[in-house]
Design a protein around this ligand. Structure first.
Ligand code: ADP
Ligand code: GN1
Ligand code: MG
Length: 375
């Protein structure tokens, strides 16, 4: 039986654990992301209406403590629910809602030791894989900035670190160097230029963590995976509605959220584009995101944080590049791939973006400077 069929055969066992109402009419793979497996479950209620749920199999090879991860998500979403209510919003649409099992647990561990969870499906939304307009990107920036601000008073020390050193770039660099040295797949010869590009930039890897250590940058509660496709937009108004994919919500630097969004959304091409001539940083998108993010943060960022935002964009892009490249060298064990060399292609786009940011550094810093005092 293929892995996918084995997974699907588990779904019946899993949904039995939840007190869903009505008759099951659909269970299908919804989206195959880089990390988790996402399914759509649809029930027909006696009055003929439908109720949809998102069912996810968590990747416990990557998130080694799924229990702790779910504790974070339950606590953070319950906190957000209160904030959203106090602002007159709708918490069933503006944050994720965990559906508990019949036993009142936030996850179910199946007979093959896979971990599953269910969220209410947020209806009438769309998810963007690429920026379609500057306005969408600006809206996503406000949403991620607002997310960070809403969690500003959340007791960060109570959050579990779901992946230790997730955005610790020097630690990622050490892992990358080990992967190059071991070269277990014999692929390093196929990526000489990319390896050299990454090694040349070692000195900069600690630009943010050094400032954190010296107390010049504050630790905050951050999302840490702020790709555009981790936002749901209202299908009618096209407004950014809900920040999703909360697996990596942990203490971090505001630069991680700013930078990861720029890396993904301000690129002129897809993350896995093979034609590198299509890849660069779009300055208008960079500007739209900077404006939106600072507005969303509502003056909560320090001068030093703002000054370092371009470095956040560069380091998050670089870091993602070395993660993709290390995974290529290690045999594609972390990020799911859909073609041969996929992770190498992904690493190449990230490094092309880094190089483009370097060549546009003065423009990037001028844009940040322009909005520094306006928010
Ligand atoms: P991954 O780790 O694979 O990125 P996500 O949690 O981001 O997993 O979910 C994958 C996709 O499933 C999202 O991009 C979005 O399209 C959809 N999705 C996730 N949660 C919901 C939800 N509660 N309501 C509607 N769609 C959702
Ligand atoms: C993964 O799960 P997803 O696709 O949103 C990864 C991010 C990377 C991203 C690259 C837990 O995010 O860190 O930046 O792929 N998430 C994890 O596309 O490693
Ligand atoms: Mg996602």
């Amino acid at each position: 039986m293929s892995e996918e069929n084995k997974t699907c055969s588990k779904i019946d066992e899993v949904i039995e654990q939840f007190a869903f109402q009505g008759q099951l009419i659909t269970k299908k793979l919804y989206r195959n992301g880089h990390i988790n497996d996402t399914f759509l479950i649809v029930y027909q209620l006696p009055d003929g209406s439908r109720k949809q749920y998102i069912l996810q199999r968590m990747n416990h090879m990557i998130f080694k403590q799924p229990e702790e991860l779910m504790e974070n998500i339950v606590n953070v979403t319950e906190y957000l629910r209160k904030v959203i209510l106090s602002q007159g919003g709708d918490p069933e649409r503006e944050t994720l809602n965990v559906v508990k099992t019949r036993k009142g647990e936030s996850y179910y561990k199946d007979s093959s030791n896979n971990y599953w969870r269910v969220f209410l499906f947020i209806e009438h939304t769309i998810c963007l894989e690429m920026v379609e307009s500057e306005k969408d990107f600006y809206d996503s920036a406000v949403a991620f900035g607002t997310f960070q601000r809403m969690l500003a008073d959340y007791p960060a020390s109570t959050l579990h670190e779901t992946i230790p050193n997730f955005h610790n770039t020097p630690s990622r660099f050490r892992d990358f160097k080990k992967a190059v040295e071991k070269d277990i797949m014999g692929r390093a010869a196929l990526a000489r230029e990319e390896i050299a590009f990454a090694l040349e930039r070692e000195a900069e890897t600690s630009a943010l963590t050094d400032l954190l250590k010296s107390g010049e940058l504050p630790l905050r509660v951050t999302h840490n995976d702020t790709k555009l496709n981790n936002i749901l937009f209202d299908a009618d108004t096209k407004k950014a509605l809900c920040v999703i994919d909360l697996d990596t919500v942990m203490p971090g630097l505001s630069h991680y959220d700013f930078g990861d969004s720029i890396r993904f959304g301000a690129s002129t091409g897809a993350e896995d584009e093979k034609d590198l001539s299509k890849i660069g940083v779009d300055l208008s998108l960079f500007e739209a995101f900077t404006r939106g993010f600072l507005e969303g943060c509502q003056g909560s960022l320090t001068e030093k944080e703002i000054e370092m935002l371009p470095m956040g964009a560069k380091l998050m892009t670089y870091e993602c590049g070395i993660r993709f490249l290390a995974d290529y060298l290690e045999g594609d064990v972390y990020f799911k791939i859909h073609r041969e060399g996929h992770n190498l292609d992904r690493a190449r786009t990230q490094f092309k973006l880094v190089a483009d940011m370097e060549s546009k550094w003065d423009e990037l810093t001028a844009i940040v400077e322009k909005y520094k005092h306006s928010c």
